[in-house]
Design a protein around this ligand. Structure first.
Ligand code: SF4
Length: 278
């Protein structure tokens, strides 16, 4: 599933003397501090103050998904489809190429026309990964969007990484390198949840990024250091406290233009390019 150069990088990035205190099985360090257990998306949201969690969980407000959110969700599903077909449902090796092509045609027919070109490329990339896994005689076990119990590390009942290859969590993103950085906390959350179950170290996470500018798949290996783990617990506690105390954390000093809550926080429609008042 992971290409050989990614495995080489993982073996060359040996944790060495890296001391990791924040292992998922260390209850005395990672246990929850509140009755509210945040989700991974609440912890990794781009809102610096986590006001989005306050609006949703405390004030019970809802948003209409933006077109960017819908587009991201559709392409995410397109990416996972051939992997699900081959890995979960065990699509037979015989005529695999034709079967994957049939599945692709069906999926593309069902999605909006303006997304078909990029969806076609995203599908091809994932289908190629699925085929290479199917024909590899020494298969590493892969799970597609597994439910991983996470409450023992103070997160929502289950977390769902896109893939788990062996014990390594893998996330799929579309976009530039900034999207990779945002995923590092999510990978840390998944790794610690896995550790809490298997009691074995998970030192790496991987982001599979489809670079939309030239439509190729790029791999990014992240060493899950104690800094990341400590940060995860810190943010988890901040988010849990917001919900438990019901205190408005205030607006973020840097609101991304794409934040779906802009209309609630500033009364500015999402499509507006206007500058957010300071
Ligand atoms: S508009 Fe700003 S303050 Fe409001 S939820 Fe979005 S990022 Fe946070």
């Amino acid at each position: 599933m992971l290409p050989s150069h990614v495995w080489r990088k993982i073996s060359s990035l040996k944790p060495g003397d890296l001391v990791v205190e924040y292992r998922g099985w260390r209850e005395e360090i990672v246990s929850p501090i509140s009755s509210y257990f945040p989700t991974v998306s609440e912890i990794t949201s781009p809102c610096a103050t986590h006001r989005d969690v306050y609006l949703h969980r405390v004030l019970a407000l809802k948003i209409t998904p933006s077109s960017a959110m819908i587009r991201g969700k559709v392409l995410h599903e397109v990416f996972l489809s051939p992997l699900r077909a081959v890995i979960e449902r065990g699509l037979a090796q015989k005529d695999l190429t034709e079967r994957l092509a049939t599945l692709k045609n069906r999926i593309l027919r069902e999605i909006p026309a303006d997304l078909r070109r990029v969806a076609s490329r995203v599908y091809d990339i994932a289908a190629s990964l699925a085929s290479s896994w199917a024909f590899n005689e020494r298969k590493i076990p892969v799970l597609v969007e597994p439910f991983i119990e996470a409450s023992s590390v103070g997160l929502s009942d289950f977390v769902r990484p896109d893939l788990v290859v062996g014990l390594i969590p893998v996330e799929f993103v579309l976009g530039d390198k900034t999207s990779v950085k945002r995923k590092s906390l999510a990978l840390t959350a998944y790794a610690m949840a896995i550790e809490s179950i298997v009691h074995s170290p998970v030192n790496f996470g991987v982001v599979a990024r489809v670079d939309l500018s030239n439509r190729v798949l790029r791999w990014h290996v992240t060493l899950l250091s104690d800094d990341l783990r400590e940060k995860l617990i810190e943010v988890r506690n901040v988010v849990a406290r917001i919900v438990a105390t019901e205190d408005d954390p205030g607006k973020s000093p840097n609101c991304p233009e794409s934040c779906p809550w802009r209309e609630v926080c500033y009364g500015i429609p999402i499509c507006s390019r206007a500058r957010i008042p300071g």
